[in-house]
Design a protein around this ligand. Structure first.
Ligand SMILES: NC(=O)c1ccc[n+]([C@@H]2O[C@H](COP(=O)([O-])OP(=O)(O)OC[C@H]3O[C@@H](n4cnc5c(N)ncnc54)[C@H](OP(=O)(O)O)[C@@H]3O)[C@@H](O)[C@H]2O)c1
Length: 335
């Protein structure tokens, strides 16, 4: 059995990664795409072997032959369209960051509980084998107790028309929302607990008004996490988790490749690069795995990989970080 998916918006992430990934899924099939511009949805449908193209999101939601929708809209539209989709009886996989406030997550949880559909945030890292392996290692006796996580995620984007550089209409632009959300999410995933308070400093772009360089500290009950996110420096990404006995480093933690294997390092000392203990993770398409895990949860009536209860804390951490960039103080993480 395959879940029949519809896509809301002719988004770059959908065309380039998520649709190709889901089209080869075991439990997923993309059967429709909607755009505000029918020409765009027709073109993508023709190029990607999708049966139906719609000229509005509403028309797609009214299609009774669609079981679930994937929402890759700009950040400020995620909650609004997730709620409309749930009310139309569709299961929802929504892009990160799901919401820009914890109140909005709570609103969506209420609708989920009334409609009984499945909904989750599209943090594909949570179903990637390299992160499942990292978690297996950091929770092992051999690793000791996890005490510190350090992350980095950056790219360079000066395009004023890109949704990430748009602050003026509250679209949820900025580096912390766009990529800082990943080290927050994966630090929480590894610690298996929530930070109680956070502090961050950020530089804001004078024209875009979005955060373009941010440094953050998350105070967890069992240790500390730090990370830097930036949208205007050279592209780089890495995550490191250090325990009392060993450390694990994820080489390409977020944009992991779909055409060659990736690797993580697992060592107990400062070894030379060539001597590192490499764990090879077989080639996989992280968006195929994400789509299939979600579809399987629908079929088996089990919990989705990243439920809104998890989203609630990620959103609380990110909003506290933004607050701290303005106040200069530690901010409590409250839901
Ligand atoms: N998980 C990941 O790996 C990953 C990677 C990249 C991005 N994302 C997330 O995916 C979402 C989309 O990112 P993207 O880079 O794909 O964006 P994008 O290419 O700009 O696509 C966004 C789409 O939203 C629709 N839209 C509706 N209202 C809009 C408005 N007011 N302004 C602009 N677009 C509007 C447009 O589709 P129509 O014109 O066809 O209606 C547009 O194509 C974001 O939430 C981002 O955080 C996730």
């Amino acid at each position: 059995m395959k879940i029949r998916w519809g896509i809301l918006g002719d988004a770059g992430i959908a065309r380039n990664y998520v649709i190709p990934g889901m089209q080869v899924g075991k439990y997923s099939k993309v059967v429709a795409i909607a755009s505000r511009d029918i020409k765009k949805s027709k073109k993508t449908a023709a190029n990607m072997g999708i049966e139906k193209a719609y000229g509005s999101y509403e028309e797609l939601l009214a299609d009774k032959e669609i079981d679930a929708v994937y929402i890759p809209l700009p950040n400020h539209l995620h909650v609004e369209w997730s709620i409309k989709a749930m009310e139309a009886g569709k299961h929802v996989l929504c892009e990160k960051p799901f919401a820009l406030s914890t109140d909005d997550v709570k609103r969506a949880i209420k609708v989920r509980d009334v409609t009984g559909v499945k909904i989750g945030e599209a943090f594909m890292v949570r179903t990637h084998p390299q992160w499942l392996k990292a978690k297996e290692l950091t929770t092992s006796e051999d690793f000791g107790k996890l005490r510190a996580v350090q992350g980095f995620f950056s790219y360079s984007n000066f395009d004023s028309s890109n949704i990430r550089n748009s602050y003026s209409s509250d679209m949820g632009g900025g580096g912390l929302w766009d990529i800082g959300c990943y080290p927050v999410n994966t630090s929480r995933f590894l610690f298996i607990e929530e930070p109680t308070r956070v502090i961050a400093m950020a530089e804001y772009d004078p024209k875009f008004k979005t955060d373009i360089l941010a440094s953050a500290i998350l105070d967890f009950p069992s240790g500390q996490a730090t990370f830097i996110s930036s949208t205007q420096i050279s592209p780089y990404q890495r995550m490191l988790a250090v325990g009392t006995k060993k450390h694990v480093e994820i080489k390409i933690p977020f944009n992991s490749p779909s055409t060659f294997p990736t690797e993580i390092y697992y060592d107990d000392s400062n070894v030379e690069q060539e001597e590192r203990n490499r764990i090879i993770i077989d080639t996989c398409h992280q968006y195929t795995l994400q789509g299939d895990a979600f579809s399987k949860a629908i079929i088996d009536k089990t919990e989705v990989p990243v439920p809104l209860e998890d989203t609630l804390y990620n959103t609380a951490v990110l909003t506290a970080l933004y607050k701290s960039t303005k106040s200069g103080n530690w901010e409590n993480v409250t839901i």
